[in-house]
Design a protein around this ligand. Sequence first.
Ligand code: SF4
Length: 242
Amino acid sequence: MTGSEDGAIALTRVGERIASCALCPRLVRWRREVADAPPARHAGERYWARPVPGFGDPRARICVLGLATAAHGGNRTGRAFTGNPTGDWVVRALHRAGLANQPTSRHRGDGLRLEGAWAGSVVRCAPPGNRPTPVERDTCLAHLSEEVAALAELRVLVALGGFAWDAVARWAGARPKPRFGHGVEHRLDSGLVLLGGYHPSRQNTNTGVLTEAMLDAVLARAVDIAWPRRAGVTGVRLAGPG
Ligand code: SF4
């Protein structure tokens, strides 16, 4: 069995543990309540209504992390960055960076594959108001530990938004706490690089706080860190990590 097969098996097991987690009572209730009262655009759809594990390439060198599972995105479709506008932004950018085989992310059976990348959120359940409590955040960071441990080739953690940045810094024990910014880098004691980017929320994308070019620049930097020999050739579809 190869290392990547070991990693794939480990990630499958981690994903199963995450999907059955019920450690946060408030979020267990909320993910179900959202599913039971969907907006008209999703009326009649069967929601996942469980925690959403990360997904992607077991040989990922780049892990892209958002804040939390989206109520009508991942909580509906069962896959991170899938089925909502934020997911569209992220997956289009991953595709432009050569890290995804297609620019769309609609549902779990849509054929999307990530290449050299892993994607998820620091809080795996949808929280009310998109605001997890500090206790919920810290409880869920144990799942990040498990995923990172199974991603043997990981080099870069891309935190989309200040919440994800602070959560990863806390998880890694970074002292003093590094300050979040778009394009800011911080090397963690483990050797992993934490790279910040503005979150592609509607609030940021509709106001021009975050443009597609800005997100592309962050992912291009992540690719350069992850594959240093390929620095300067980003934007070209990768044949696969190597
Ligand atoms: S937020 Fe994380 S720790 Fe809390 S119930 Fe969901 S998966 Fe479990």
